[in-house]
Design a protein around this ligand. Structure first.
Ligand code: DGL
Length: 259
C-alpha cells in the first residue's frame, strides 16, 4: 500500500481524457497532472526536443514524490518511454494508438489511425503496423490538438478541419477510427458526426488506466485512500484552470467514489 500520488503528463490538455478514466477506475488514488502547455504541440517538433521536454516533465513529477508516471501522450511515449524505463525503477505507463482493438473489431473495412506526425513516424508505430496494421491507414492530423487547446471542441471550425484532413480518404470503406492522440477523445462528437453511424471510434484510454492499475497492484503500490484529489500544474501560467474545468465537465462520465 502506498498513498503517494500518481503523476500524469501530457503536452497540454489531452491527457485529461486519460486522467478522467483514472479518477473513475482508481478513486482511492491521488493524482498530480502536469501539462507542458508552454511547448505545445509536441506532435510537430523534432523527437529530440520532445525527449528533452518529457525528461523535464517527468523529473518534476518524480521530485514531487510520485510513485508511478503515466505518459498520457502518444507522442511523448513514442519518443521517450523506452529511455525513461531504463532510467527509472518506478512504473512508467505509456500510450500507443489503439490499433490492436480496432483491427480486431468485427466487420470489414479500413482502420484510420488519427495521430500526430511524430507518433506516426517513429519505430514504435512501425512495429505496431507490422503486428496489427493489415487494414490500417495512418492519418497525421496537424491542427486538431490546437483546437482542443483553444477550447474549440465542436462546431464549424472543427468540421472544416476534419473535412480538410480526411478528404483524401473519402472513398474508403472504413470500419473503425483510432483516436491516437489523447486530445482527440474531446473531439469525439464531431468526429463521430463526420464518419456517421457504423464506424467505431476507438481510444486507448481505458486500456492505459487498466495497465496502471495492474502495475500498481503488482508492485503493491495501490493506495488505501482517501483519494480523489487532483493537483494540476502547467508550464504556462494559468493553464491549470482549463485542465480543471475540462475534468469537471466530464465528471458525470468519470465519477466514482473511494469505498
Ligand atoms: N496529446 C498528445 C498525444 O497523445 C500530443 C499532442 C501534441 O502535443 O501534439 O500525442
Amino acid at each position: 500500500m502506498d498513498s503517494r500520488p500518481v503523476g500524469f503528463f501530457d503536452s497540454g490538455l489531452g491527457g485529461v481524457s486519460v486522467l478522467g478514466e483514472a479518477v473513475r477506475l482508481l478513486p482511492c488514488e491521488r493524482f498530480i497532472y502536469f501539462g507542458d502547455t508552454a511547448h505545445i504541440p509536441y506532435g510537430d517538433k523534432p523527437p529530440q526536443q520532445v525527449l528533452a521536454y518529457t525528461h523535464a516533465a517527468v523529473d518534476k513529477l518524480v521530485a514531487l514524490g510520485c510513485k508511478a508516471i503515466v505518459i498520457a501522450c502518444n507522442t511523448a511515449t513514442s519518443v521517450a518511454a523506452g529511455v525513461l524505463r531504463q532510467e527509472l525503477s518506478m512504473p512508467i505507463i505509456g500510450m500507443e494508438p489503439a490499433l490492436k482493438p480496432a483491427e480486431l473489431l468485427p466487420g470489414e473495412g479500413y482502420v484510420l489511425v488519427l495521430a500526430t506526425r511524430v507518433t506516426l513516424s517513429l519505430p514504435k508505430f512501425h512495429q505496431l503496423m507490422r503486428s496489427y496494421g493489415q487494414h490500417a491507414v495512418p492519418v497525421p492530423c496537424p491542427g486538431l490538438m490546437e483546437l482542443v487547446e483553444a477550447g474549440v471542441m465542436d462546431g464549424p471550425e472543427v468540421d472544416a478541419l476534419l473535412q480538410k484532413l480526411l478528404r483524401p480518404y473519402a472513398g474508403l470503406r472504413i470500419k473503425a477510427v483510432v483516436l491516437g492522440c489523447t486530445h482527440y477523445p474531446f473531439l469525439r462528437r464531431p468526429i463521430a458526426r463526420y464518419f456517421g453511424p457504423g464506424v467505431a471510434l476507438v481510444d486507448g484510454n481505458l486500456g492505459t488506466v487498466r495497465q496502471l492499475q495492474r502495475r500498481l497492484a503488482q508492485e503493491d503500490l495501490l493506495s488505501p485512500g482517501p483519494g480523489g484529489d487532483v493537483t494540476f500544474l502547467s508550464s504556462a501560467p494559468g493553464a491549470e484552470a482549463a485542465m480543471r474545468r475540462l475534468l469537471a465537465a466530464h465528471a458525470g462520465i468519470f465519477a466514482s467514489a473511494c469505498p
